[in-house]
Design a protein around this ligand. Structure first.
Ligand SMILES: [Zn+2]
Length: 239
């Protein structure tokens, strides 16, 4: 019998989300924009209506994710008023926000961890090696680590003309930044990137979420992001 991927106990597994469902709900509120991008269509991609699930975690661990990662993120990001980020994006400087460092970081690490233990095609680029178990323990112990451990960097994804934030959920993709491996996923209007390395990534961490909860954001047009370019081409070719 498969074990729970978080507590490693032999408990009954739930059909678990990788990216939490509430982030897909946002897509339905933003009709007309690109929806979630799934790596499983006949040409590689297709728009997604609902979040992907897999039998991964026990009920107790699902509650753990919900209580210590998802609920705090929801209240800080989704329900925050006024809007957490400028929308439309009207600033040229980096835009700083202040969040609760522990829960905000744990949320993003928990999504990356879930993507890592998932066997779904959408998350196949995530391969954390020894970092997977480190993240597992950090999440279980509710320990977000220092700001330079798995630093998280955010870029708002905006429309090239209207400058409005685009809500979408993408597959996970791997990039390199100064020889360090980074993983990115887009959800909640932002491309969240995590540097996964045994060595410090100084340049990256300066732009990342800081331990006092301050975090700078930049914006990038959706059509400059490779993941969207690929998906848009694929979608055109399947119609
Ligand atoms: Zn468990």
């Amino acid at each position: 019998m498969p074990i729970c991927q978080l507590c490693h106990k032999d408990h009954k597994l739930r059909n678990s989300h990788i990216v939490p469902e509430f982030l897909y709900k946002e897509l339905h509120n933003n009709k007309g924009h690109l929806a979630a991008i799934n790596g499983q269509g006949n040409k590689g991609y297709k728009p997604l209506q609902q979040g992907l699930r897999e039998y991964l975690f026990c009920e107790c661990c699902e509650q753990h994710f919900n209580e210590y990662c998802e609920k705090p993120f929801q209240s800080q990001w989704i329900y925050a008023h006024p809007n957490t980020l400028p929308d439309p994006w009207s600033v040229s400087e980096p835009y700083w926000i202040k969040v609760d460092y522990n829960s905000f970081k744990l949320f993003h690490l928990s999504v990356l961890f879930r993507a890592s233990v998932s066997s779904l095609a959408n998350f196949s680029e995530v391969s954390l090696g020894p970092h997977q178990d480190k993240l597992r323990k950090m999440i279980l112990n509710r320990d977000p680590g220092k700001f330079w451990q798995y630093p998280i960097f955010g870029v708002a994804v905006i429309h090239h003309k209207t400058k409005k934030i685009i809500h979408s959920v993408t597959m996970a993709y791997r990039t390199k930044y100064n020889e360090h491996t980074c993983y990115s996923l887009i959800y909640g209007g932002v491309q969240w990137s995590t540097s996964v390395s045994s060595h410090r990534n100084h340049e990256f961490e300066r732009c990342a979420l800081q331990e006092d909860g301050n975090m700078p954001f930049h914006a990038i047009s959706w059509n400059e992001l490779e993941v969207f370019q690929t998906a848009a081409t694929m979608l055109r070719n399947t119609r």
